[in-house]
Design a protein around this ligand. Structure first.
Ligand code: AMP
Length: 612
């Protein structure tokens, strides 16, 4: 069921969407049937179904799995065994996810055909947006998009992030709505592998074409804010380039340089002066409107962990709508926001029933939603989202059209590319229906406690990193008695903050804090975190140096008192490993006796898949 959608045909596309959502169940059944018929003889499915392709049997026999269960199959494909192990269609590449396994990115199989499925979703976003905002074809979009390193597996398959794969595809280059050059960033600047040159050139092109820009954005809010920070650091140089009509010499990527020169064309001191006057103003509040005065909205994902950036985005954009258009992953693209201009807190995604076969594991909501946001630990210990009968009960997964309004679920996906009943790890809440297709609010990712950019640190990763780091305290006879954390996004880039309560063995005094040892602790935490964190921190520089704030004796008792006052049970109280509540952070912050920052970025290199 490979549908195509012409983004320039508003009526046709909207009719298609209506049909799809009205016939959500039929579409889902058809998708499952196609996947099973195509792949019944793959080694994986055959092992459970013995070559049959019945839907009932599939639900009965094929287990709901995590990445660790299918990793051996994916590694075999990466090492050169035929795709048929998992997929009848040839696996054309592996998509490296920001979720990690054993410290390295998870790899999701993909096929050539899958690009067309993604393109369908991208195309559908255009008519949906055009329903709400007129005249977008009268100007350009300044979208800051980036590619990341790719590696070759022992079998010669490419392993790279899903967006890099899409931006490098002919589907992206030939996107129909780009026919009239509706974006300010030339493809060459997006494809430039040096992120700094890419960023500089995209901003330069965006500034030169400022009068034409009607919308700005990036994929995630973190990337967009990084661009604003980059602009704060580089606007003088950018203005000088505009004044002279000459791109800085350090832009050495030839195709990038040529593409930008075509746009910069000639010296323009009037424009340079104007931009300079805006950037030189007293405050950068509302700078987006000042620099790109015709902008109608900012398109960035502000749901999930990206919600932490909403206040900063609002500061820079001064009332412009923040638009989250889609919900997708390396495993599968899921759905779109049919009300793109709604407030960030009201964003729901309608899952498109032709993207994959979706199932939902119900979660029990033990506390009311009202408790969210008080002491919210955005992870496994979130009291609002507990699996009904423990983590491994699988028989209760329900179909897309069976989910109930107001209920919470974990998403499970079966794809055309070799994933069968795979737990994505996202927790969603049903907020409504469009025809028969349910709409979901993204609640959080299962077991993620800290996230600044695309990093997803879970409790176990954090515990492991803290355990490594606290070894430095041993020679001092010093103990780490409690810890928690929070993502500090008050500056750009954001950084991880750990609160540590320390004690001299056998005493309740606070030990003398040796800055060099504490800094070593910070570095060791960073070195022990997974490769996505280390890449963001060392290569992309989208995460700042990790900070440890040492708090005085008794601070964690005060935190517990606060949690209990907010409704936590004393018997069941566990220190939250991540704090979201401002009040709780204040309790910790007012008791800080020393704060230390990592002085050295951790080692990172693109991962390798060793041939077996
Ligand atoms: P990756 O596979 O690295 O692309 O990461 C995909 C994950 O990013 C999803 O499973 C979600 O946890 C998160 N994500 C993607 N889109 C959204 C969105 N619109 N809102 C919140 N989280 C999202």
């Amino acid at each position: 069921m490979l549908l195509s959608c012409d983004p320039n045909d508003k009526e046709g596309s909207m009719n298609l969407l209506e049909d799809l959502t009205r016939n959500a169940n039929q579409a889902q059944q058809q998708i499952l049937e196609e996947i099973l018929t195509q792949n019944a003889h793959s080694e994986y499915l055959n092992g459970f179904l013995g070559g049959c392709s019945g839907k009932e049997l599939f639900k009965k026999k094929v287990p709901i799995v995590n990445y660790e269960d299918i990793k051996p199959y994916i590694e075999r494909v990466a090492n050169g065994e035929p795709s048929e192990i998992i997929s009848a269609k040839p696996i054309s590449e592996l998509l490296t996810s920001s979720g990690t396994s054993g410290g390295q990115p998870k790899m999701m199989p993909s096929t050539a055909e899958d690009l067309d499925r993604k393109t369908f979703l991208y195309n559908l976003l255009v008519p949906v947006m055009n329903q709400y905002v007129d005249g977008l074809d009268q100007g350009k979009g300044m979208y800051l998009l980036f590619t990341k390193p790719e590696i070759s597996t022992p079998s010669g398959l490419m392993a790279r992030p899903v967006l890099t794969s899409y931006y490098k595809s002919s589907n992206f280059r030939n996107r129909p709505f780009n026919r009239y050059n509706v974006y300010t960033s030339p493809d060459e600047t997006i494809l430039c592998s040096d992120n700094k040159q890419s960023m500089y050139c995209q901003l330069l092109c965006g500034l030169v074409q400022r009068d034409e820009v009607l919308r700005v954005g990036a994929v995630f809010s973190s990337a967009f804010l990084r661009a604003i920070k980059f602009l704060e650091d580089h606007w003088k140089e950018l203005c000088s380039n505009i004044r002279k009509g000459h791109v800085s010499d350090w832009i050495t990527d030839t195709s990038c340089r040529n593409a930008v020169s075509m746009i910069l064309k000639q010296p323009n001191s009037e424009l340079a002066n104007l931009i300079e006057s805006k950037c030189n103003g007293k405050s950068w509040e509302g700078i987006i409107r000042k620099l790109w005065p015709r902008t109608k909205y900012v398109e960035v994902i502000v749901t999930g962990s990206m919600a932490q950036y909403i206040p900063t985005l609002e500061f820079y954009s001064n009332g412009l709508p923040l638009v989250s258009t889609m919900y997708a992953s390396s495993e599968c693209y899921f759905g779109i926001n049919l009300k793109p201009l709604c407030k960030p807190c009201d964003v729901s995604y309608t899952l498109l029933p032709n993207m994959g076969y979706f199932e939902f594991l119900p979660l029990e909501r033990s506390h009311g939603e009202a408790t969210q946001g008080s002491i919210q630990c955005n992870g496994a210990s979130d009291p609002n989202c507990l699996r009904k009968n423990g983590e491994n009960v699988v028989e209760e997964a329900v179909d897309l059209v069976e989910v109930k309004l107001g209920h919470y679920y974990e998403l499970v996906v079966t794809t055309f590319t070799g994933l069968y009943r795979y737990r994505v790890g996202d927790i969603l809440k049903v907020t409504g229906f469009h025809n028969n297709a349910p709409q979901f609010r993204f609640v959080h990712r299962r077991n993620v406690v800290l996230s600044i950019d695309t990093d997803k640190t879970n409790e176990e990763d954090l515990l492991n990193a803290v355990t490594q780091a606290k070894l430095h305290l041993d020679p001092l006879g010093c103990l780490l008695t409690e810890y928690t954390s929070y993502p500090d996004t008050s500056s750009i880039p954001g950084h991880y903050v750990l609160f540590w309560e320390l004690q001299v063995r056998g005493k309740s005094d606070l030990p003398e804090l040796d800055p060099s040892i504490m800094e070593r602790c910070c570095t060791t935490v960073e070195e022990s975190l997974d490769s996505v964190y280390r890449r963001c921190r060392s290569k992309d520089k989208s995460i700042g140096p990790l900070e440890i704030r040492v708090v005085k004796h008794g601070t964690f008792d005060a935190l517990m008192d606060f949690c209990v006052s907010q409704g936590s049970s004393v018997n069941q109280y566990k220190t939250p490993r991540c704090i979201k509540s401002e009040e709780a952070i204040e309790i910790l912050d007012t008791r800080v006796v020393g704060s230390f920052l990592s002085k050295k970025a951790p080692f990172w290199e693109p991962f390798r898949i060793e041939a077996k």
